[in-house]
Design a protein around this ligand. Structure first.
Ligand code: CLF
Ligand code: SF4
Length: 357
């Protein structure tokens, strides 16, 4: 069912698909085995908790155009394949525009819980724009969780800056832990003012990802690993990646199918590299599941996605539509708190209900 809540002087808002069946609970909480502080971190994050994605929304702000590496599955004219389908970011935003958009979305979608920066390039290859956005959001939208997705090359030097900006969830795309596999995925990286190619480039990237993951885990940041599944290139190797990232303290592993199409202009697209079949993906996820928490509800979002996963509302919030919108953020935050409290009450009731059937 859909539950409607009326905020004081606010329009009717929907809490989303409320109900035990839709919530993924039928009695019993699949997260109950986790420590309380981790449950609190993922309770309303739609990517880190499968149950949460039925109730809570996320949005991305596309403030990061540049990248410091090249992946064979990406053409940056289009988008970052780390976190989105290619070719779908419609507007690049300045930090001020991004904040304006967040405030507008937060007022219109009270299920919003998380703001992420995921492209269209790499957020940490654009540190000024990324951190200016996070800083302003911390000041103006202090109740929203901050999330980031990166290839990891610049991560070690920026981990403490991320923590200082209260970024609580970080995704690192790790496609391999062996440079011999990496050379088939990354033609070059830009490192210390130089372009580096071949196995040396892959080895540097892998080492930076290793360091960044370790530093984040030491600081209590929840880390999700994204891996792009590329049949014949890294699919067999990803089992070793799953074991490795679990041993290093990652929380969740998201095995994403390669999206390759010649019209995207990517290397893998034009060379005819195929993605995995649904069955191949299922078998790999099941094989890795013994080693790691596996994410199975990823929607490979756009870098400017808005709304519940799979229900993208980004076209409602283009700059021309929000430019002159005045937002009373305190009132919006109060409405959001009531909506989130209702969602949690409903989830608690579901956990106490008996198993169906
Ligand atoms: Fe965005 Fe990524 Fe944060 Fe989620 S997406 S930066 S962790 S708020 Fe989520 Fe989208 Fe999959 Fe990413 S469904 S592509 S995993
Ligand atoms: Fe593209 Fe992201 Fe790879 Fe950079 S890290 S090349 S933006 S997919």
């Amino acid at each position: 069912m859909e539950l409607k809540i009326l905020g004081q002087g606010a329009p009717a808002v929907s809490t989303g698909r409320i109900g035990c069946a839709a919530s993924g609970h039928g009695g019993g909480d699949p997260l109950s085995r986790l420590p309380a502080e981790v449950r609190a971190q993922i309770r309303d994050h739609p990517c880190y908790s499968e149950a949460a994605h039925h109730h809570y929304a996320r949005m991305h702000v596309a403030v990061a155009p540049a990248c410091n590496i090249q992946c064979h599955y990406c053409n940056r004219k289009y988008d970052c394949a780390n976190e989105s389908r290619p070719g779908v970011v419609s507007e690049l935003l300045s930090p001020d525009q991004a904040v304006k958009k967040v405030l507008a979305v937060a007022a219109a979608i009270p299920q919003l819980a998380v703001v992420g920066i995921a492209g269209p390039g790499d957020p940490l290859a654009n540190p000024e724009r990324t951190f200016a956005t996070f800083r302003k959001l911390s000041e103006q939208a202090p109740d929203l969780k901050l999330c980031l997705s990166t290839n990891g090359l610049a991560l070690p030097e920026l981990v403490d800056v991320l923590c200082a900006h209260r970024v609580s969830h970080v995704t690192i795309t790790i496609n391999c832990i062996d440079p011999a596999v990496g050379v088939k995925i990354y033609p070059w990286i830009f490192w210390n003012q130089h372009r580096i190619e071949g196995a040396e480039a892959a080895a540097i990237l892998i080492e930076q990802q290793r360091k960044g993951l370790k530093m984040l885990v030491e600081r209590g940041v929840l880390v999700k690993i994204n891996s792009v599944v590329i049949p014949g290139v890294n699919d067999v190797h990803l089992r070793a990646v799953a074991q490795y990232v679990k041993a290093k303290g990652a929380f969740l592993h998201n095995l994403m199918p390669l999206i390759a199409d010649a019209k995207h202009g990517t290397f893998f697209g034009v060379t005819g590299q195929r993605g995995p079949t649904r069955e191949e993906l299922r078998v790999l996820r099941d094989a890795c599941a013994g080693d790691m928490n596996i994410m199975r509800h990823c929607r490979q979002c756009r870098a400017d996605a808005v709304g519940l996963l799979g229900e993208d509302r980004c076209r409602e919030f283009t700059l021309d539509k929000i430019e002159h919108r005045e937002v009373d953020y305190d009132q919006a935050m109060a409405v959001r708190r009531r909506v989130h409290a209702t969602i949690e009450a409903d989830r608690a009731a579901c956990q106490q209900s008996p198993e169906p059937g």
